[in-house]
Design a protein around this ligand. Structure first.
Ligand SMILES: NC(=O)C1=CN([C@@H]2O[C@H](COP(=O)(O)OP(=O)(O)OC[C@H]3O[C@@H](n4cnc5c(N)ncnc54)[C@H](O)[C@@H]3O)[C@@H](O)[C@H]2O)C=CC1
Ligand SMILES: O=C(O)[C@H]1O[C@H](OP(=O)(O)OP(=O)(O)OC[C@H]2O[C@@H](n3ccc(=O)[nH]c3=O)[C@H](O)[C@@H]2O)[C@H](O)[C@@H](O)[C@@H]1O
Length: 436
């Protein structure tokens, strides 16, 4: 199939590469030259395991192209996926301006097209957004009617950064939010080979499922962190306790998102919770559990901060800065928040993250750091050994990186472990786990 993908960020770039790998002809569209330039050169615009190889192969085969020209991309495709950002507004509500703009651009481009074009929203958006924002913008710009002159669908994306390619092939569930038969058939064809449960629902339901999914992850994390804090202070290893909880087959719960640790972050869980809370307030359907999930998350950052401050030492080494290992995504990283608080209080920081090394950063991320975190840029070290040797306390936020290096930390240097590193000296006096 000929597919255009609007938005070549974390979701768009992965979808583009995987669809091209599957044999589809894909064109990625993005106004940001930091996304298009690497794609044109056969390189990945983001750090994501396995993605560089897929993109190189797809571009070399001629099945993946990139452009900032929406009209040209629509002309050479029959189905478009919308993968633009849907960030929070300052009041926590959903910002749909990118969705509206891209819908206007696609609408203008399909106006003169003779072939039935399908438009599929993948961006996370609140129930009703496709009907109330996307469809009216497409109809106004195209002069066509949804379901008759063009196709429309909502296809929630469930990938997790750092395992995005694996998740593309094993998404847990596949949900088609459907309105017209042609678009549904096209989506079924694209997903035919994926052996996961497939559900056909209306668009509004599909939009809602995505929020339920992310809210569930967040609730599980805040629950397990809170249990961890309470149990560990009572002298209990909370990982052992929660592992046994998960072994109770009458409860039938998975261990995913249930091991106590640090706060959740990233570009989705916090902003999707905020959007859901803003919907609940607007509708007059209170959601105190969701609100508490966010406060509990904030409390976990406070807990880490207080543990560091109570040490009394001033040179703090932080291992890990992105919101989870194996990604360069710094959006809403709780480690960034922690580092900023310490920096604001005059602590001397040394930070290492294998994916956030200024010398190797891609254009998009270098710009993000310069624009949003210029004060942290100068604190980033190129190797972990410098952080270990130049700090009085080590704060571990990235398990993968610390696993190999934990033994290099002098036995007298305190370790504040936010993620429970394997092989750590949990029994030693200088080791402080956040909640186990
Ligand atoms: N990052 C993730 O792991 C996941 C994200 N999502 C959702 O997918 C959506 C996209 O997320 P990300 O990929 O993380 O965002 P992102 O910020 O990495 O990428 C969005 C891209 O859209 C581009 N864009 C903006 N306006 C455009 C236009 N008019 N035409 C073409 N491109 C345009 C931007 O330049 C940017 O490169 C969001 O709604 C998010 O909630 C869903 C599942 C997973
Ligand atoms: O809508 C989205 O954008 C995506 O949001 C999350 O994916 P992502 O944010 O990429 O990564 P996760 O692995 O879910 O991690 C989110 C946060 O939870 C934390 N986490 C994750 C897992 C866990 O067991 N414990 C835990 O604290 C991570 O450290 C991170 O801060 C969801 O897991 C995806 O299903 C969803 O598609």
């Amino acid at each position: 199939m000929k597919i255009s993908i609007f938005g070549a960020g974390y979701v768009g770039a992965v979808s583009a590469a995987c669809l091209a790998q599957e044999g589809h002809h894909v064109v990625a569209v993005d106004p940001d030259p930091n996304k298009i330039r690497p794609l044109l050169a056969g390189e990945s615009p983001i750090i994501e395991p396995g993605l560089p190889d897929l993109i190189r192969a797809a571009v070399t085969s001629g099945r993946l192209k990139a452009t900032s020209d929406a009209g040209a991309a629509i002309a050479e495709s029959e189905l478009s996926l919308i993968c633009v950002g849907t960030p929070s507004r300052s009041d926590g509500s959903l910002n749909t301006e990118y969705l509206k703009r891209v819908s206007e651009e696609i609408g203008a481009a399909i106006r003169t097209k003779n072939v039935f074009h399908s438009i599929v929203v993948r961006s996370t958006c609140l129930p009703g957004t496709t009907d109330e924002i996307v469809v009216p913008a497409l109809e106004a710009a195209s002069g066509l009617k949804a379901g008759e002159g063009f196709g429309i669908a909502y296809l929630p994306e469930f990938l997790r950064e750092s395992t995005a390619i694996k998740d593309y092939y094993d998404p847990g569930v596949i949900v088609f939010g459907y309105r017209d038969g042609t678009t549904l058939e096209r989506l079924q064809e694209i997903h035919e080979h994926l052996a996961r449960p497939k559900f056909i629902v209306d668009i509004r339901t599909a939009e809602g499922i995505k929020y339920a999914n992310n809210a569930w992850h967040a609730v599980k994390i805040s629950f397990s962190n809170e249990m961890g804090n309470v149990l560990s202070t009572a002298g209990i290893d909370s990982h052992i306790a929660l592992n046994i909880l998960c072994s109770d087959d009458r409860l039938n719960i998975s261990r995913a998102y249930l091991m106590p640790g640090f706060a959740f972050g990233g570009s989705c869980l916090p902003k999707d919770l905020r959007a859901l809370i803003s919907l609940s307030r607007r509708q007059g359907t209170p959601a105190p559990l969701l609100e508490a999930t966010l406060s509990a998350n904030e409390a976990q950052i406070n807990r880490a901060y207080n543990m560091i401050v109570e040490r009394g030492q001033r040179r703090i080494g932080i291992v890990g800065l992105s919101f989870k290992p194996d990604t360069d995504d710094l959006r809403e990283s709780p480690l960034v928040e922690l580092a900023e608080r310490l920096y604001g209080r005059g602590y001397e920081l040394n930070i290492y993250d294998p994916n956030i090394r200024l010398a190797r950063l891609t254009g998009a991320n270098a710009s993000f750091i310069k624009a949003r975190l210029p004060h942290l840029a100068g604190l980033l070290k190129e190797d972990i050994d410098t952080v270990i040797s130049e700090s009085d306390v080590i704060v571990v936020g990235n398990r993968a990186e610390m696993n190999g290096s934990i033994r290099k930390v002098a036995p007298t240097t305190p370790i504040i472990d936010l993620v429970r590193v394997e092989g750590s000296r949990r029994t030693q006096g200088n080791y402080h786990g956040i909640c186990w």
